[in-house]
Write a protein that binds this ligand. Sequence first.
Ligand SMILES: *Cc1c(COP(=O)(O)O)cnc(C)c1O
Length: 399
Amino acid sequence: MSIWQDLEKKYYMQVVRRQPVTIVKGLGTKVWDDQNKEYLDFTSGWAVNNLGHCHPAIVEAIKNQAETLMQTSNQFFTVPQVQLAQLLVENSCLDRVFFANSGAEANEGAVKLARKYGKLNKNGAYGVITALNSFHGRTMAMISATGQPHYQANWQPLYEGFTNVEYNNLEAIKQATNDNTCAVMLEPIQGEGGVNIPDQSFFENVRQWCDENNMLLILDEVQTGIGRTGTLFGYEQFGIEPDVITLAKGLGGGVPIGAFLAKENAAALEPGDHGSTFGGNVLTTAAAYAAVKYAVDNNIEKDAKNSGEYLKDLLEKATDSLPNISEIRGRGLLIAVEFTEDIAPELVSNCNELGLLLNPVRPNAIRLMPPLTVNKEEMDKAVELIVEGIKSILAKGKK
Ligand SMILES: *Cc1c(COP(=O)(O)O)cnc(C)c1O
């Protein structure tokens, strides 16, 4: 174990289960550890580095901005903040943006907006329906929104006003709806929950239900946004327009930034309602502007779509003869491989050794989310290593 891992054990809050890899450098799809061992990174900093590590367009923007201006409060106007806002609005169905610093914070803002909407338009309705197996972040309100008991159990009482219902189940949403409900908040595809893809008609039906009941449809696109699923935004996969979306992860291409966007009629916040010292900071918005501009100009979502199809196909063929695969599912470059047994931690550990970084999204599933710029050779290699990792587990079982 490296000295950094010993020091982490001593000094850091022991709250994250880390893989025994200390990453010191990255370029494109590759990263290197402190022993200079090379890995293919199919985790992308948790679906963040959509353009790969240290993309020159982002590096250049950060360098230039760092030499020019790094922070001024939101008491003043700044250029990159407005440029990024314009870029996002012009490339989405939404009309206004607010910048935050993370996914959880973006979602907090979206829920505040929904409550304000309820106050103004629905007799003070403040309830928000969310899904089981969802993931919306780790703040008090967002663990209440997140329908996974293990994120909630130690922090009772939960924040009031959230109802967690089964995902991909319109009836469950209907039953949970009452006069006090101001919004439905869902991921277009559940990421952390295991890459769960709803029926194609689900969002159309939810959209209609929200319209009929004067509720906002908030889509948490923190993981699906900025090309990940093969379209610039996840909602495009389902042919609907949400009232609100939230972004983070891929938005900054590596720098910490979040955002919520709303349609004009849903943008209920007024001066004084919300704010953030760092939200919309010039350094992060300049980096995010470079990342999103590059993504839009180069139709990066098409690469995600094509590479996603290639990778899924490759995985299916390569694992066809393996007995312990139960399902391979995904859209674009958000893909899960599910096993018949809980082998994900062992497989991830095997792949660390082999030089491939993966995410054990469930005990019985791994999640693949390489940079959207990943090439065929890298995908070929990754699949080869995954198969090798699975085979060594199977071989051990036979002994
Ligand atoms: C990661 C994630 C979040 C939380 O984002 P943070 O930046 O970690 O706060 C929220 N929603 C979804 C869908 C996510 O994948």
